[in-house]
Design a protein around this ligand. Structure first.
Ligand SMILES: [Zn+2]
Length: 86
């Protein structure tokens, strides 16, 4: 299990942003953690499940997405310094 599977969205600092990249067409969009917790109400979901649940913003593409996480603050615990997954 990686930290990605063990981390709930609400565990991330609210100031974090998640860059969502479509693996099919490459389209990117950024969502703030605060917005996802407050509006999409996925705060209790683990990051890998959210990644799985999301798909491309382009309705006609519908590709699966990968997450990259950008944080303006230093995380206190086990999350590695480089947060982008390969
Ligand atoms: Zn796409």
């Amino acid at each position: 299990m990686s930290w990605f599977c063990e981390t709930q969205l609400r565990d991330l600092p609210a100031g974090c942003r998640i860059m969502i990249t479509c693996e099919k067409c490459g389209q990117q969009r950024a969502e703030s953690v605060r917005q996802l917790v407050n509006e999409a109400r996925v705060g209790a979901m683990y990051l890998d499940l959210i990644e799985w649940a999301f798909s491309c913003a382009d309705f006609h593409c519908g590709g699966s997405v990968s997450f990259g996480i950008f944080t303006p603050v230093k995380l206190s615990h086990e999350v590695p310094a480089i947060l982008l997954r390969a």
